[in-house]
Ligand binder design. Structure first.
Ligand SMILES: C[S@@+](CC[C@H](N)C(=O)[O-])C[C@H]1O[C@@H](n2cnc3c(N)ncnc32)[C@H](O)[C@@H]1O
Length: 269
């Protein structure tokens, strides 16, 4: 799918279903205290993930953090607050970016948080301008993972970290543009893999989410309309049927200090 269509789809989602109270309650029931509801994420992120991301980015106070595919900004704002970093958020959806700006204003984040529209492959940001990059549940949406990782490597200062969650899709899933293992791609882009872990309880959590969408279908329809409810239920059923052939991972990657000039793909032109 081209990036313009993806932006339109997410603009639509962020103008309608993303704020669903029924979905929020369903997540609260499944995740319990680990659900970061006050940040209003549009992802499967938990407080445990966020604490780990904040810790493993290894940012000092005053560092610069980029949240790539930041959505409506809540998770990145929390990590920036927790670490004392300034935040730049980038997302392909202009609606998400507008909501993220509103959230930052409401949280009185002031000049330390800026949000702009852009994509994984083309952020429009300066080279070597960040001390850390995070991304939650979004890299799988980038059609070209290699180009996305090269862009992250370009943006990071040497020795700094990219911490992200995404999904490995096994070949059985037949998902277009997906890959079964991100590890070989990271060194190609100039990263060392520090850790690569499935997120805890991922499979049973996703099954519970899919079942809960089915069980609350009528409440979803009352809140969001019949069409949206049926699409959400069908999406989760389709994805649940692919288990266990896809898995959610949390990756810590460090940009290499010693890539000789001209050896990285983005330096060759
Ligand atoms: C599942 S949401 C996660 C949002 C946010 N990280 C969170 O945790 O709330 C995926 C996000 O990726 C964004 N996205 C999709 N394709 C993108 C691309 N090629 N470049 C940048 N952002 C993209 C969408 O607009 C959406 O906000």
């Amino acid at each position: 799918m081209d990036e313009r269509s993806v932006a339109d789809i997410f603009d639509d989602v962020y103008s309608s279903t993303a704020g669903s109270t029924v979905v929020r309650r369903l997540y609260e029931a499944i995740y319990g205290d680990d659900f970061p509801g006050l940040l209003q994420p549009f992802s499967l992120v938990t407080w445990s993930d966020l604490r780990r991301i904040a810790r493993d980015l290894c940012l000092g106070r005053g560092a610069s953090l980029l949240d790539l595919a930041c959505g409506e900004g809540g998770p990145g704002l929390w990590v920036a607050h927790e670490t004392g970093a300034s935040l730049t958020g980038v997302d392909i959806s202009p609606v998400a970016i507008e909501h993220a700006r509103e959230r930052a204003r409401a949280m009185r984040f002031g000049g330390d948080a800026t949000f702009r529209a852009g994509s994984f492959a083309a952020t429009g940001l300066s080279s070597a301008s960040f001390d850390g990059v995070m991304s939650i549940d979004a890299l799988w949406l980038a059609p070209d993972k290699r180009a996305a990782l090269r862009e992250v490597a370009r943006l990071l200062r040497p020795g700094k970290r990219f911490v992200f969650t995404t999904w490995d899709f096994g070949p059985e899933t037949n998902e277009p543009d997906q890959i079964p293992d991100h590890r070989p791609l990271l060194p190609e882009a100039g990263f060392e893999v520090v850790s690569y872990d499935p997120t805890p309880h991922w499979e049973e959590t996703f099954r519970a989410i899919a079942q809960a969408h089915l069980d609350t279908r009528d409440d979803l329809a009352a809140e969001l309309g019949e069409k949206a409810a049926d699409e959400m239920v069908a999406h989760h059923q389709r994805r649940a049927a692919l288990l266990p052939h896809w898995k959610r991972i949390l990756v810590v990657a460090q940009k290499c200090l010693d890539s000789p000039p001209g050896t990285l793909p983005w330096q060759r032109e």
